[in-house]
Design a protein. Structure first.
Length: 597
């Protein structure tokens, strides 16, 4: 923005007071928000970029234009850094016209395979409109199931947004095109070996906890490697308190092979990787990386590649836009620009999404460009590694001083027969006893019945059984009188039957199993066992106020369980409007889901 002369001009009046807010659990919504923030910089708009809970929500009625990016977590819940903002908006004391002067745009990130697709963004859009805010563009909804991921919906919505905003607030100067470089997010200052380092104060980091055990719980001849990983939290009892259903957040580190591939592509030798530096934001609204990942007093380049830059994610369109702008090689620049074009979306899909090509591999493919990238621009080009969430499989009473997670190692081949490994699961699988990991607790989405006499039906095939192991042990340790019915499914009784012997030690637990590959002539899944137990399920749900919890893969299983429940209600209860029956159970909290893709 040009400096003001002290007098208002027509051009000054056209400049918006613009703020971009994000509610992000894993960082994807923040990525989208940062993309829009860069668009603002290209238009010379003064713009604030904040998480929703870092924003002073009482300033909302005075804003001219607000752009909100919200992801959806768990059972249609808002992300953790959006919850205070959302609770404020729900206050009954807020006048319905309190945001009448505010223009808004809302974009949601979700997955249509989940029960409540993009629920947080939909709720947010409706509530803002109810309070009087006017939308400059319709609600935008991204779907992870789209071939192009978030970009499939975001790029068209982004173009529509700026067409509307540019009409409302014409830029005072020429818009900087996408192929021109903006200043980097951070200024890098290299630290001389003789520099005296100052101690830096910062907020307490997560807990750096050691591994107690890392045990494979599937048979050696089974295709799926699943680990029960136990962490020692005895030195962090207060910070790591948890309840059944809570979630352990794990901050993974890059695999050595990915670090080697990326640093070789960039031309970094060992001496450069050991160089130390500090970062200074070039904009006051840019947050520095967490101090426990990159020390404020001075981080090494190697630490960036091991702890911070996500080298295994599939690059998005914004990555190629910036890489093209950075490229000094004519042939590579032309290819990068072609991949960015809207009419070449299929080429982008074939190059990136179909083979699940990683950022590190892309840098290798465009090695001339990679070797010309100024180091400070890597913080604009490469996303930070996101923490991963794992439902706790341990009980605070039964497994005192420990937390357990059940991890299925992600390893597959793409259609091009290229081997792929999940970043976090592979990182965890390689941990040895005593090695430490950054972790912290997050509240889970399940809300268990407070009455210890309540009967509970649990449906947890595969690793979905993890939170139910925690709850079953908790019920046993508290000597609750309510029965627990667990429906567990896997492929083979002798190969992937998790916690097989433990279930027999819990007298209040009734276990019903389904082994889908035991009999080649008949595939039996949990929904078949639920149908077989229909009369019992109906009695628990209808007559005894029972609760039903479902956890596991979001693909088909939850939909099949819902259909079973509808069939049971019709057959044993004579219910005619089965959809309304299931909806009522969900609204009352007696039917809950925790699913993932």
């Amino acid at each position: 923005m040009p400096e003001s002369s002290g007098e208002s001009t027509s051009e000054d009046l056209l400049q918006p007071s613009l703020v971009i807010l994000f509610g992000s659990e894993t960082g994807n919504a923040q990525d989208v928000a940062e993309c829009l923030w860069r668009d603002c910089r290209r238009r010379h708009f003064a713009c604030r970029l904040l998480s929703m809970d870092d924003y002073n929500v009482t300033d909302l009625p005075d804003e001219q234009l607000i752009i909100l990016i919200a992801s959806t977590t768990g059972q249609g819940e808002e992300p953790s850094n959006m919850r205070s903002f959302w609770r404020f908006l729900l206050r009954r004391s807020l006048p319905l016209g309190s945001l009448a002067r505010v223009k808004m745009a809302v974009f949601g990130l979700g997955d249509s395979s989940y029960q409540k697709y993009n629920f947080a963004a939909k709720k947010l859009f409706r509530r803002l409109a109810q309070l009087g805010a006017s939308a400059v563009v319709p609600l935008g909804l991204a779907d992870d199931q789209h071939d192009l991921g978030v970009d499939g919906a975001f790029q068209p919505w982004r173009e529509q947004l700026w067409t509307a905003v540019d009409a409302l607030y014409p830029a005072g100067s020429t818009i900087i095109s996408d192929d021109e470089l903006l200043p980097p997010k951070f200024k890098v200052e290299w630290i001389d070996a003789l520099t005296t380092l100052k101690a830096v104060q910062y907020a307490p980091p997560p807990c750096f906890v050691p591994v107690l055990e890392n045990v494979r719980v599937t048979s050696a001849d089974h295709f799926q490697d699943t680990r029960l990983i136990k962490f020692d939290i005895s030195d962090f009892e207060e910070a790591m308190q948890y309840h059944p259903g809570d979630v352990l957040m794990v901050q993974p580190r890059n695999l050595a092979e990915s670090v080697g591939l990326a640093t070789e592509a960039l031309g970094y030798d060992d001496s450069f990787l050991e160089r130390r530096f500090t970062l200074t934001p070039t904009d006051p609204n840019i947050l520095l990386p967490s101090n426990w990942l990159l020390p404020r007093s001075g981080a090494t380049v190697r630490q960036c590649f091991e702890n911070y830059f996500d080298l295994q994610c599939v690059p998005r369109r914004s990555f190629f836009v910036l890489l093209a702008a950075l490229s000094t090689d004519e042939l590579e620049k032309e290819k990068l620009q072609e991949l960015c074009m809207a009419e070449n979306q299929q080429d982008m899909y074939d190059y990136c999404n179909r083979p699940r090509r990683t950022v590190a591999e892309t840098l290798r493919d465009f090695n001339v460009t990679a070797r010309s990238i100024p180091f400070q621009y890597l913080f604009d080009l490469l996303s930070p590694i996101r923490p991963r969430a794992f439902s706790l499989a341990s009980c605070p009473q039964t497994h005192q001083g420990e937390v357990h997670i059940l991890v299925a190692i992600v390893e597959y081949k793409t259609r091009l027969s290229i081997k792929r490994q999940g970043l976090c699961s592979t990182f965890l699988s390689r941990l040895n006893k005593g090695e430490k990991v950054w972790t912290w607790m997050r509240k889970g989405t399940f809300r268990w019945p407070e009455d210890p006499s309540s009967h509970v039906v649990l449906v947890g095939p595969g690793t979905g059984v993890a939170p139910f192991r925690s709850f079953a042990h908790f019920r046993h340790s508290s000597q609750a009188s309510g029965q627990v019915f667990l429906f567990f499914g896997c492929r083979y009784e002798e190969k992937d039957f998790y916690f097989k012997t433990e279930w027999m030690e819990l007298p209040k637990l009734t276990l019903v199993t389904a082994f889908s590959r035991e009999d080649p002539a008949e595939k039996v899944y949990v929904q078949h066992r639920i149908e077989n137990q229909g009369e019992t399920i109906w009695r628990l749900i209808s007559e005894e106020n029972g609760h039903l919890f479902v956890a596991g893969n979001a693909d088909q299983m939850p939909k099949d369980v819902i259909q079973c429940l509808k069939n049971i209600a019709a057959k044993y209860g004579g219910v005619t409007d089965v959809d309304a029956f299931v909806e009522k159970l969900e609204k009352s909290g007696r039917l809950q889901f925790e699913t993932w893709s």
